[in-house]
Design a protein. Structure first.
Length: 287
């Protein structure tokens, strides 16, 4: 039809002006279990693209997978962790947001990457090949609650929001039973607004909120101040540490110790809701 030809000519013109070969229209991400993007390809034969992030080349199909740019501070942070020789389990790998930084930059010896979205698993496979680290990663397709791994991990990534709580028992099972390790637990934590009177008086709490609006959440010194001024963050971390300790003790039939190493504010997710990451060290108690 003439309208289709006119539309095709339009998208060819748009692509030419942008120096692109393909054009797509992006809609809202679906609120399903795989956060499916609503993307319509207007010009081109496929939606596969490449994106370079901190020296890592990711590839994914924009019509099947989304790319979360908001986690960049956390991707940079985990890339700087000293993980030489470690075995890592990434329970919510997606297209490899954290799997790749651990392999490419942090020096992890091996990563078990769990992902139930087949499109994301395919993108992860291609991304591992692109970066030359496919031989150091095993992709576990399907629901991670059915994962058969046990007693293998020095470090576990639970990168699911608003809550990764359904993966906590799995994380405890895959941790090395004799030496333990570190869990990186993602969660959305609600933080009540600062009362108007405190804000007017220029309280430390109000100053902390103003700072969060102006600076990336990944700034370590700023995050530490924010954590001290936000008791909700600390209460969530302490409750999580207690629950993980109980899960580990029940699983192994002996006491475990859990220690809060760090609370990282990744981003503001919604009004008065922060995406946080708790670094929790878990060790079996000595006999």
């Amino acid at each position: 039809p003439a309208c289709c030809l006119a539309g095709s000519a339009l998208w060819h013109t748009v692509a030419s002006a942008l120096g692109a070969r393909r054009v797509a229209r992006r809609g809202r991400v679906l609120a399903d279990g795989t956060r499916t993007p609503r993307v319509t390809l207007l010009l081109g034969q496929h939606g596969w693209v490449q994106h370079v992030d901190n020296g890592i080349r990711y590839t994914f199909d924009v019509t099947k997978c989304m790319f979360s740019a908001g986690n960049i501070t956390e991707k940079l942070r985990v890339a700087s962790l000293p993980c030489s020789g470690e075995v890592v389990v990434d329970l919510y790998a997606g297209i490899g947001y954290f799997t790749l930084p651990f392999l490419v930059h942090a020096g992890a010896a091996f990563v078990h990457a769990c992902e139930w979205n087949g499109h994301a698993a395919e993108a992860l496979h291609r991304t591992l090949l692109l970066n030359g680290v496919r031989d150091r990663c095993r992709i576990h397709a399907g629901d991670n609650r059915q994962l058969q791994l046990r007693d293998v991990a020095d470090r576990v990534i639970l990168g699911l929001i608003p809550s990764s709580e359904q993966g906590w028992p799995v994380a405890c099972r895959v941790l090395k039973k004799d030496t333990g390790g570190v869990l990186h637990i993602h969660h959305n934590v609600e933080t009540p607004p600062v009362p108007a009177l405190q804000a007017e008086q220029g309280s430390p709490e109000a100053a902390g909120c103003a700072g969060e609006a102006q600076h990336p959440a990944g700034d370590g010194g700023h995050e530490a101040l924010g954590a001290r001024r936000r008791p909700e963050w600390r209460r969530w971390a302490e409750a999580t540490a207690t629950r993980i300790r109980e899960l580990l003790a029940g699983l192994h039939g002996r006491p475990w110790h859990t220690s809060i190493l760090h609370i990282e504010a990744v981003k503001s997710y919604a009004p008065h809701v922060h995406h946080l990451v708790l670094d929790l060290e878990c060790r079996p108690a000595p006999p």
